[in-house]
Design a binder for this molecule. Structure first.
Ligand code: ADP
Ligand code: MG
Length: 430
């Protein structure tokens, strides 16, 4: 039986704001589930309903099998920590940690045992006599976490508890939190808008958009097999590159052809296409001619991975894939998805690599890596995350290679389904 279970829970605020829309999720014993999604997608509302601070309009919330919807917050054995959690300013760290336990009349020896254990785990042992005003932001947030953990609640609800901390501290506390959670096995529902935090913490990840669950899965699974285009763009350091095109039949094979009509350079960052760097007709920009095709890396007999660059875009052969019904998509708009980190400047030998001719528009240095912003002849902008030692020049024409087994194809639209998964039952879409 799950420790926490939400079944088709909805919350509609006055004036019809559907903050949470038929959301179902569960947290199992010992599990850390991360609810992730952009700001405003209904994460806090979900936690507030579980804590009893907000009433669902419909659906059911169960803790260890019992429906808790009608219980007042203090009768639910859940503890919630917020982004900027206020401590009791007139109580020491020890006093803050003890407070919830004293209120429920716990024996002094048990209180001391729990407080010492949690203080030790969170690195607060030397700070027990300090007042909140004498603590740094990170220490205060540790105390807030400790105060929730020490209660040993049925479920720990954490609403962006690290968001107010800066970089290195946030990452350090994130690691600690994960270790403490593992050690205590506290069932936890953790909310964040930060995909990196979500990926690093989650046993199971629930991706949410506009109040609805988009996908549930282990982080690696969600990354490798995003259920739809929204998830593909949300998960991953830079989201996925999306290029518009269509499936066509070419010499008995199905190919994906970049489309000039639909090209509009959509990206996670909301970037729009620049002015075409190449002329879509003549393939000439100023004095420069279009890069020529020289990127068929795959042996002919592999039958896929080939690229044909024409002045009106490029064509990719679709790898043979069991169970895929590409035929039914012939002639239809299909979005190609490629992760920036899957693009490289050289193909790996004997793999099913395809090449995309692009012009380098700008280069963002990240240290050992660079993000190369490039545009295709049809004005699709894409980002390639490459080794900084590659020394590419802005304005130069290069071929970027991708293993065709790593690309995705999506239905059009913001939440267009991943076509590679449409025949599988393993992806959970709500
Ligand atoms: P998140 O935590 O994911 O950022 P919230 O759950 O806070 O999102 O909000 C979800 C949606 O509900 C947003 O559109 C927000 O503006 C709206 N909302 C949140 N609280 C209220 C409220 N008390 N009254 C009306 N609308 C609200
Ligand atoms: Mg919130």
């Amino acid at each position: 039986m799950p420790v926490l279970e939400l079944v088709d829970v909805s919350r509609v605020y006055p004036r019809g704001v559907r903050a949470v829309d038929e959301l179902s999720l569960r947290v199992e014993e010992g599990e850390l589930v991360v609810l992730a999604g952009p700001s405003g997608c209904g994460k806090s509302t979900t936690l507030r309903m579980i804590a009893g601070l907000e009433r669902p309009n419909s659906g059911e919330i169960r803790v260890r099998g019992s429906v808790i919807d009608q219980l007042s917050p203090d009768r639910r054995n859940v503890a919630m920590v917020f982004q900027n959690h206020a401590l009791y300013p007139h109580l020491s760290v020890r006093g803050n940690l003890e407070f919830g336990l004293r209120v429920c009349g716990m024996a002094a020896a048990e209180i001391q045992r729990r407080v010492d254990e949690v203080a030790g785990m969170l690195g607060l042992a030397d700070l027990l006599d300090r007042m909140p005003g004498q603590l740094s932001g990170g220490q205060r947030q540790r105390v807030a976490l400790g105060r929730a953990i020490v209660r040993e609640p049925d479920v720990l609800l954490l609403d962006e508890p690290l968001a107010s901390l800066d970089g290195p501290l946030r990452i350090a506390l994130r690691g600690e939190l994960k270790r403490v959670q593992r050690r205590l096995g506290s069932p936890t529902l953790y909310v964040t808008h930060d995909q990196e935090e979500a990926m690093s913490l989650a046993d199971r990840l629930v991706v949410m958009k506009d109040g609805r669950v988009q996908q549930v899965g282990r982080p690696g699974e969600v990354y490798a097999r995003p259920a739809n285009r929204f998830v593909a763009g949300f998960v991953g350091a830079r989201g996925m590159n999306f290029l518009d095109g269509r499936f066509e039949s070419h010499e008995g094979k199905v190919v994906w052809k970049e489309s000039p009509v639909l090209a509009c350079g959509m990206h996670k960052d909301g970037a729009v296409s620049p002015k075409p760097p190449f002329s879509a007709r003549g393939g000439v920009l100023g004095e420069r001619s279009l890069p020529v095709l020289e990127s068929v890396v795959t042996p002919e007999d592999r039958g896929f991975g080939a690229l044909t660059l024409t002045p009106i875009g490029f064509t990719l052969c679709i790898p043979p894939h069991s169970g895929l019904q590409w035929q039914s998509w012939l002639g239809r708009h299909v979005v190609l998805g490629i992760r920036p980190e899957h693009l490289r400047i050289r193909p790996a030998a004997a793999e099913g690599f395809a090449g995309l001719s692009v012009r380098v528009e700008s280069i963002e240095t990240l240290g050992s890596l660079v993000d190369v912003v490039a545009v295709t002849a049809l004005c699709h902008r894409l980002i390639a995350r490459l080794d900084a030692r590659e020394e590419l020049a802005t304005g130069s024409d290069v071929v970027l290679y991708v293993d065709m087994r790593d690309v995705c194809f999506f239905e059009p639209g913001e939440t267009g389904m991943n076509l590679s998964l449409t025949n599988e039952s393993s992806h959970a879409i709500a």
